[in-house]
Design a protein around this ligand. Structure first.
Ligand SMILES: Nc1ncnc2c1ncn2[C@@H]1O[C@H](COP(=O)(O)OP(=O)(O)OP(=O)(O)O)[C@@H](O)[C@H]1O
Ligand SMILES: [Mg+2]
Length: 243
């Protein structure tokens, strides 16, 4: 499997706060990497840098061998799914997928409509095609956000706490969808604290602490690091809910 993301010596500060410190990380195509770590450890900043949403200077992040500097440089390669869905409230469920396909990919409306239907079927909300997002449950909204990200056929999908505003049942639905994508070999980066979900589908876990990778490895490896006090301290606080 080829290397999709190569991060070398990435540092990022906001005013006087050092948020990421000389961070190195690689992601191969087909990997599903979970990013965990205390609040403020830099998880969102890291994934935002990878998506081009934070300015980075050029040689620190390569995506498919090309420098990430801004959103234009990741356009079409990275799909982002956020905690708060970021749907278009004034478009129907179908239009939330069709409109970007038309405007961004210049797709013809009938082809875009077919594609939207296929994707909505895949995330089990095809019956909501003509409804508006505010009539969906939180889990359905998030699955629509995933379908919309998939529509662009990104090389990688990045999730930043996709289920933290959802109750366990709805979170379970979203993780089922993510799990299906993992089986299909979709490369994904997921910031989440749902440890049991991570065990189900992550190929690797990265534990971030104070802007650095403290330890990384398979879920089995990471969740059996009894001697790592910093990790143990963190794991005591997180959610082991069975979802
Ligand atoms: N735009 C910004 N301006 C100033 N400071 C910021 C900005 N974005 C993040 N920070 C700071 O950077 C640090 C890391 O934030 P980040 O959001 O990456 O953490 P996180 O690990 O995602 O935390 P959480 O688990 O709470 O989401 C924090 O101290 C935060 O206050
Ligand atoms: Mg965050």
């Amino acid at each position: 499997m080829g290397e999709l993301i190569k991060i070398s010596n990435l540092s990022k500060s906001f005013a006087d706060t050092k948020v990421l410190q000389s961070l190195d990380m690689r992601v191969n195509s087909g990997e599903v990497v979970a990013i965990i770590g205390p609040s403020g450890s830099g998880k969102s900043t890291l994934v935002r840098c990878i998506a081009g949403l934070e300015p980075v200077s050029g040689d620190e992040i390569l995506l498919d061998g090309e420098a990430v500097v801004n959103t234009a440089s990741t356009h079409g390669k990275v799909g982002m799914v956020f905690q708060n869905f970021n749907l278009f409230p004034h478009f129907t469920v179908g239009e939330n997928i069709i409109k970007p396909l038309k405007t961004v990919l210049k797709m013809k409306v009938d082809i875009a409509t077919e594609k939207a239907k296929t994707l909505l079927d895949k995330v089990h909300i095809l019956d909501k095609f003509d409804q508006y997002p505010n009539s969906l449950s939180g889990g359905q909204k998030q699955r629509l956000a995933i379908a919309r990200a998939l529509a662009m056929e990104p090389e990688i999908i990045i999730f930043d706490e996709p289920t933290s505003s959802l109750d366990p049942k709805l979170a379970h639905e979203v993780f089922e969808t993510i799990s299906d994508l993992a089986k299909e070999g979709q490369t994904m980066l997921i910031v989440t604290h749902q440890i049991n979900a991570i065990r189900r589908f992550a190929t690797r876990v990265v534990f971030l602490n104070k802007g650095k990778i403290e330890v990384e490895g398979t879920p089995d490896y990471i969740f059996n690091q009894a001697d790592n006090q910093i990790l143990q301290q963190f794991l005591k606080q997180v959610d082991f809910a069975d979802i």
